[in-house]
Design a protein around this ligand. Structure first.
Ligand code: ASP
Ligand code: MG
Length: 440
């Protein structure tokens, strides 16, 4: 079996949905199609939820009505036959009635998750109406019946496996299955989700659970590129990446793939292919165990980084100092990304400043604490790059005119990371494009 996951823009317009049905029908093996919500829907649902939370019900109602209008016109072009149109209309009626009811009841965290789930429920059900109109046999596998997370919001791969195979067993006559990305049930049995962009994660978890031959992630760009196309003029797709390289890139800013989606595929050794719905013949990027080729493959940048430096002469020759510092971050459940140390100071970065004030307060007894906000991490990724001759010379040679706040080299053999002021990020990515890849 294989997995084909389509993102919001791939299902965002009726003709796009028609197009992906033609891609899906070309599959030569049984396929599970994982869908996101139509583009813009989850953002609208977030807005509805936050307006209800604020008590601004008229703003929420306005967004619901606008969204409903959008879907009404969507289904007019999605299907041709009256019977299919009536089915699609009934689906909209059901889900929008739910949203209108929510306007009248008191708000809770659990309710906001129910609101967020409507996007994927709608996209998959409408997709199935179109499949039915086209006479394509299929079965809808409700994600809420098999995708579960535990009390730490971690997916329960074991039970996902069991429940999903039970569901598949009920449809042994079918070759095409459709399910929702993103949504799941939590440990309390409530509707929950795998966080924004989580459909990739769903696809990867499902691939792992059924030991798929491949997990195809279809978007509107032909794979992972060597640099950020929004910042530099010329970028090229990277043909093959190892799971480690892909994880570094996904975390450090390559928006194409949700960072958490690497581990299930990696752990169960399922190749992941990033493909372009608008150019289905293009090779895209293959992510697999083998890295293929040595050297620099891509650079990526992550914004909104906060750097914290703790200086203390007490650190000199002392043991246990780092543990005490790390415990502060652990207490506030704040992950540390980069870290560098000298004999009398340690610098580290975080990307979630929610508890910054508390963290600083608790660090102060250890020494002088300095904070730099608005930083970016530039990450240079490739197979065994730290073994690549003259890499350091080429890297720093490309950046002679730029001040660098931190350097992390050797943590992984596949990554060199630099911390720089966010204001110099674009210039750095441009200079690296030339210096590392010979692209202007
Ligand atoms: N619809 C969800 C979102 O917009 C999940 C996804 O698209 O991956 O975040
Ligand atoms: Mg996405």
């Amino acid at each position: 079996m294989k997995i084909m996951k389509f993102g919001g823009t791939s299902v965002g317009r009726p003709e796009r949905m028609h197009h992906i049905v033609s891609l899906v029908s070309k599959a030569t093996e049984p396929t599970i199609v994982v869908l996101s919500a139509l583009s813009g829907t989850t953002n609208a649902l977030v807005e509805i939820g936050s307006n209800i939370a604020k008590g601004d019900r008229s703003a929420a109602k306005e967004t619901i009505d606008k969204l409903e209008g959008h879907y009404q016109s969507f289904i007019r072009d999605l299907v041709k036959e009256e019977a299919a149109y009536q089915k699609a209309k009934a689906i909209l009626a059901e889900h929008f009635e739910f949203l209108h009811i929510i306007l009248r009841i008191s708000f809770s965290e659990a309710l906001s998750k129910d609101i967020l789930a409507q996007g994927e429920l709608l996209s998959t059900k409408l997709f199935c109406v179109y499949l039915e109109e086209q006479g394509i046999p299929h079965a809808l596998l409700p994600a809420l019946e098999f995708m579960t997370i535990d009390t730490y919001d971690e997916p329960q791969i074991g039970s996902i496996k069991v429940r999903l195979s039970q569901l598949l067993d009920q449809h042994q006559d079918k070759k095409l299955f459709v399910t929702q990305g993103y949504i799941c049930r939590n440990a309390r049995g409530e509707v929950d989700n795998l966080k924004r962009g989580g459909s990739d994660y769903s696809a990867s978890l499902i691939s792992a659970a059924i030991n798929a031959s491949v997990c195809e992630i279809w978007t509107d760009i032909d794979g992972m590129h060597n640099n950020d196309p929004r910042v530099v003029k010329k970028t090229v797709p990277v043909e093959q990446l190892s799971f480690e390289e892909a994880a570094e890139l996904a975390y450090f800013g390559a928006k194409i793939l949700h960072p958490a989606s690497i581990w299930p595929a990696q752990q169960y050794n399922i190749p992941v292919r990033l493909l372009n719905t608008m150019q289905p013949e293009a090779k895209g990027t293959l992510i697999a165990r083998e890295a293929k080729g040595v050297g620099v493959k891509a650079v990526a940048a992550k914004d909104n980084i906060t750097a914290i430096r703790i200086k203390s002469s007490r650190m000199l020759l002392a043991y246990g100092f780092l543990r005490k510092i790390f415990e502060v971050f652990e207490k506030y459940r704040t992950p540390i990304d980069m870290i560098t140390t000298s004999e009398v100071a340690v610098s580290l970065t975080i990307d979630n400043p929610a508890f910054l004030k508390d963290i600083i307060k608790e660090l102060e007894p250890f020494g002088t604490v300095e904070v730099d906000e608005a930083q970016s991490i530039i990450s240079v990724v490739g197979n065994e790059i730290s073994q690549t001759a003259d890499i350091v010379k080429r890297l720093f040679g490309s950046l002679v005119n730029i001040p660098i706040r931190m350097v992390s080299y050797g943590g992984s053999p596949h990554n060199i990371s630099l911390l720089v002021p966010a204001a110099s990020k674009d210039q750095i990515l441009q200079q690296l494009n030339k210096g590392m890849f010979g692209l202007e």
